[in-house]
Design a protein. Sequence first.
Length: 295
Amino acid sequence: MSSLSESDVVEPRFDPLGRYARLRLIRSLDPEREHTLIYRISAGMEFPWDYTRALELALFRTFCVPSISELLQRTGEFAHRTQKRYDDTSVLMEEIGRHGYDSQRGKQALRKINRMHGRYDISNDDMLYVLSTFIYEPIRWIDAYGWRRLSEHERTAAYHHYRRVGARMGIHSIPGYAEFERFNRGYEAEHFVFAESNRVVGQDNLDLVCGWFPRPLRRVVSRGVIAGLEPEMRRAFGFPQPRNWETRAVSTALRLRGGIERLLPARRYSKLGRGKKRSYPNGYHLDELGVLNSG
């Protein structure tokens, strides 16, 4: 066991051991018993940009399932409050990751999530699928585009972190790591089919992402996002087929970014839960999250 304290790991003042120091520390920890600490290091310091992008994609994937997209279309949350809905989901998951699911803030975030979900009739299988994307999408993304591949300790820790979060959300029958990954792929193979609700909710979220960029770039961004999706996702959304060079360009750019990051010094401070949110430019209180606005 390392003699470093949790505060040294999550927000160290210096990194004397080099780019792979935290990986060595992660490998010295127990991925089941100390999964929260490993997850904080991995998501907050080793791969914060990749985790953010991968969890955005994970959320996007869930809209390919008609039972999920139909519910979201019916509530109107993504049509009328797209940015707030996105930010609330992001903030609540970051609060749990940064502070821990059994901390005061983590419990408050979980109560918010459970209250939001409790208004609707959502099947356990759909909840299981959404939970599975939070585990396996970052693993696949980082293995493809990160500055290094995730270690087995990080993969296992992410599973145990989200398994415990899922249990506190009332999700039952959560399988073991390998079986849960098979469930994830099997669920997509069965349920990724085109539906009008997929197209509507998918387009709302694509418009949201494009809106983060200056107007002259939005068409390019839109084509880039679509080119970065798997063919099964594009078919489920009814998005147009990109040109081959577009898919190659997106993949090459993401791998290039990971290669550049590998050459940079180790990050000194955790980014987990520290990014500014467009819905809350002056910060937020947890009581504001998940509140339905009128109109």
